[in-house]
Every structure is written in C-alpha cells, then in structure tokens.
Design a protein around this ligand. Structure first.
Ligand code: KIV
Ligand code: ZN
Length: 497
C-alpha cells in the first residue's frame, strides 16, 4: 500500500470563513482531536495575519505531539520570520510559503512577470529553509496556471529546497480530468520531482473538490489538503472524511491514510458545534442522513442485509449504527430493530405499548430520532415508579403570578396541592414539594429541545440533593413544564429511604 499524507487546514483555510472564528482554547481542542484522528499535518494558522493567529500557532505547537505543525506565509521575508517564531515550540514544523502563478495573479495581483515570480518563489523557499528543513511551497491559482510554466516554477522551488509542492485549485475551477492531467504533467516533466511530495488543495466552487483531489492522487499526488466537513473559503475545501473513506472503501486503489476513521464523526460534530457551522443533512459521510434509510423498500433491504444499500459501515466512521429514519409509516420491526441497536430490548407487550406511543408522536413530528424513541421507551419503563404525575395545570403569563395545581399518585393514593411561584416551573415544583415534604434542593436544571420545531419534545435533566446524596432525574414531554416536574419526580423516585 502506498501512503497518502493528510494535511488538515480546518484551522487555517476553514477558519477563514466569516463566523467560524475560534479562540485559542477552542483551536487547541480541535488540534488535539485532529491528532487523535491521525492527521499528518495540521495547518495551525497564518501567524503574520493577526496576534490571535500567531498565539494559536504557538499554543497548538505546545499542545500537539505527533502531527507536523504548519504555518502559512506569503513569499515575504517578514511573514516567514513571524511564522518561524510562532513555530518555535513545534516538535515537527513546516513553513508553507508561496505566491500566485496564474497569469491573472501575476498581472493583476503582483503587476509582475513570470520570471520575476519564479525568482520571488525561489527566494522565499531559500529564506524559509534557514529556519526549518520542511518547507512547502504553494503555487496559488495553479488550477488556472499554464502547465508548462507551472512545471518551471515547481522545478525551481524543488531545487531551492521545497520538500512539498502544493498545486492549489484556488478557485475550484478545474475539471477532475484536467486537474489529474496537471499533476501527471508535473510528475512527468519536472526534473527532481522525486525529491518532493506533490500536494492537492482543491476548493469546491463547482462541487468538484473531492473529485479533483482524488484525480490528483490517482495521478501521483501523495498529500491531500482537506478540512473537516469540507469547510473553507466560499464553497469550502475538499473534506477530510470523504478522501479518507474513499480510500478505505476502494482498497483496490492501493493507497492508505493514517486516519482512524472511527474518530471522523466525533470530530465532525466538534468542529460543527464549535464553529456554529451546521453540517448539511445530506453531506457525505457525516450528514444526519448519510446512513439513514427512510423508504420502506430500503428499510426492508437493510434489515435483511445491510450490504443491500450500504457501502460502508457507520461504525467505521464512529456512528454507532445505521440510523433508519422512523416515520409514521415505519413498522414495529423497524422500531424494534432501532431500539435493539440502542441497547433496549423490550418484551412484545411493552414493545406494542411503545409502538402505540411512537405512532402518536410520529403524527405530530415529521421524523423521529434516536433520542425520541429512547424517551418513549424510558417513559414506558417509568410505569413502575412509586410516585407518578397524575395531572398538572399551570396558569402563567406576563404581568401575572404563575399558579400550579398538581396531582400525584403515591403508591396508588391520590394527593393534590396548589402553589404560586416565580414562573410556571417554580410554581409546579413548589406544589410538588407541598406533597412530598422533604429537605431537598434543586442543584442543576437543564432544558433542551430534542431536535428543532415548536412541536418538539423538551428534555429536562435535573440534579436534586437530598440527605447528603445527589440524584439525577430526567423528563421528556412536548410540555416543558410537565417535563420539568417529571424530571423532579424521577429524582424523588430514586431517593434511598
Ligand atoms: O486556496 C489556496 O490557494 C490557498 C493557498 C494559500 C494554499 O489556500
Ligand atoms: Zn485554499
């Protein structure tokens, strides 16, 4: 097997996206996760661009051990000085320097000419070599650079000491065959090409980033520059998860990466939530629907044999199982199978009861997720509780005091109480405490919607302290006041008395 090096630029190209900026602590968190994931190189920032980027490169260099830490520069000496300073704590370090090589960059960006650009490129690589052994050169807009000229640039920078040469399709313009041919042209025409690794760096403006990267790899590139979830400038970069899983699924290609694919999904979730950048539901590999089968025919096939409709195992990317989307049209078998995958095996009678509840909820909600059905199965388990909520009525609003009246069944006997409070939850819990008269203190209280939509179920987690012990309770209901009371009752049912 040949090896493809994975260069992750989530923290540089990905982080350039407006609204995706992370602070240093968050960047360290992502960098450590990338290390666990097994990336070879982490591009940690562009140190000259801001004190924040400079500091992040320093801190990531300290926090991470195995991957090479890379810092971006322009082909400018001051940039290179600052990058070298930012990399001083890195155990393995690389400077990534470069310049635009397409005619439009040469003319409009630099007001220069081809020969001068080659000189500047060579000078920058030689200058970076004073600081580090590992120097990567990027030929910005290589996708639109004439191949013959590009080959001259690449040959010159390799001669100057570049260890990696990056061929970015900066504007996401190339067709896969064209990009692959460009890489092949360089492999065939550059003297000394064996002394450097060729890298892909493909943007997704026309939705071809991964196809172009793969075409580059199949034609000789041995490093791919990627981001988690494909985030990046404009339409983004090639996504790491796609390249890693393509090579894992197509073993016949004979190229492997060091990626521990079971860390892909958790890494995707982390990046998405820290950057507040949702992943589109149909995103390959990590989208919510990537392994979901909603049509009856697919569900039936997958239940008989997963290979009928799945080319990869969700567990290989860190998802616990194939999430069949449960809808009002799903049968008991689909519900039973999903519950089983979640570790819940119900006897037929209980399954029937949960199925009836499931159908009622499916009428209200478009699709039912794992959390929903775990809640339904859990609600069924709470039937054996000694204390149960019989009824709850709350009046509340703006400019009025909230009042709750509540009924409990304790070992089958009915108790009722009324209370007013500072908001509806407070009123309901005060009424509850009038019936269950114990010295208990609410320590933590969180309300979350399970998914989205005003019809959604609210989940409530509570911690109540009683007699020196902490008890955890959970409630779920489309009425969040009722969910809160259920969570409190769940705690009380666990009291050691
Ligand atoms: O897209 C690009 O050309 C880049 C370079 C700076 C590597 O991000
Ligand atoms: Zn880029």
């Amino acid at each position: 097997m040949d090896r493809l090096y994975i260069f992750d630029t989530t923290l540089r190209d990905g982080e350039q996206v407006p609204g995706c900026q992370l602070n240093t602590v968050e960047k360290i968190q992502v960098a450590k996760q990338l290390e666990l994931l097994g990336v070879d190189v982490i591009e940690a920032g562009f140190p000259i661009s801001s004190p924040g980027d400079f500091n992040s490169v320093i801190e990531i260099s300290k926090a991470v051990t195995w991957p090479t830490i890379c810092a971006l520069t322009r082909a400018v000496e001051k940039d290179i000085d600052v990058a070298a300073e930012a990399l001083k704590f890195a155990k393995h370090k690389r400077i990534h320097t470069g310049i635009g090589t397409s005619d439009s960059h040469i003319k409009y960006k630099f007001n220069s000419n081809r020969e001068e650009i080659i000189e500047r490129a060579v000078r920058a690589v030689k200058y970076a070599k004073r600081y580090v052994e590992d120097v990567e050169f990027y030929a910005e807009d290589a996708g639109r650079t004439d191949n013959e000229y590009l080959a001259r640039v690449v040959e010159a920078v390799i001669k100057a000491g570049a260890t990696v040469v990056n061929i970015p399709d900066t504007t996401g313009y190339c067709l896969p065959a064209e990009y692959g041919a460009k890489i092949k042209y360089l492999c065939d025409h550059v003297a000394g090409i064996e002394h450097a690794i060729i890298s892909t760096h493909c943007h997704n403006d026309l939705g071809m980033a991964t196809a172009n990267t793969m075409s580059g790899v199949l034609n000789g590139a041995r490093q791919a520059e990627v981001t988690i979830n494909g985030i990046g400038e404009r339409a983004g970069n090639t996504s790491l998860e796609e390249v890693a899983m393509i090579l894992k699924c197509h073993k016949g290609v004979g190229i492997e990466t060091n990626i521990n694919t079971t860390k892909i999904y958790p890494t995707s979730r982390m990046v998405s939530s820290l950057m507040n950048m949702p992943v589109q539901p149909n995103k390959a590999i990590v989208g919510k629907n990537a392994f979901a089968h909603s049509s009856g025919i697919h569900q039936d096939g997958v239940l008989k044999n997963v290979q009928t409709y799945e080319i990869m195992n969700p567990q290989d990317v860190g998802i616990d199982d194939n999430a069949i989307v449960l809808t009002a049209r799903s049968g008991r078998a689909a519900l039973k199978s999903r519950l089983h995958a979640l570790g819940v095996d119900l006897a037929q009678e209980k399954l029937d009861a949960v199925y009836q509840e499931f159908l009622k909820l499916a009428d209200k909600k478009k699709d039912i997720n794992d959390d929903d059905i775990l809640v339904l199965a859990g609600a069924d388990r709470s039937q054996n509780h000694r204390i149960k909520l019989d009824y709850l009525q709350v009046t509340s609003g703006v400019g009025v005091k909230s009042v709750a009246s509540l009924g409990l069944l304790i070992a089958g006997e009915k108790f009722e109480a009324c209370a007013s409070g500072n908001g509806p939850v407070d009123a309901a819990i005060k009424a509850l405490k009038k019936i269950v008269n114990r010295q208990m203190t609410l320590k933590e209280f969180t309300i979350q919607a399970i998914s989205k939509g005003s019809d959604d179920m609210g989940k409530v987690h509570m911690q109540v302290e009683y007699d020196g012990h902490m008890y955890y309770g959970f409630g779920a209901n489309t009425d969040i006041i009722a969910a809160s009371v259920e969570a409190y009752i769940d705690c009380i049912n666990k009291f050691k008395i």
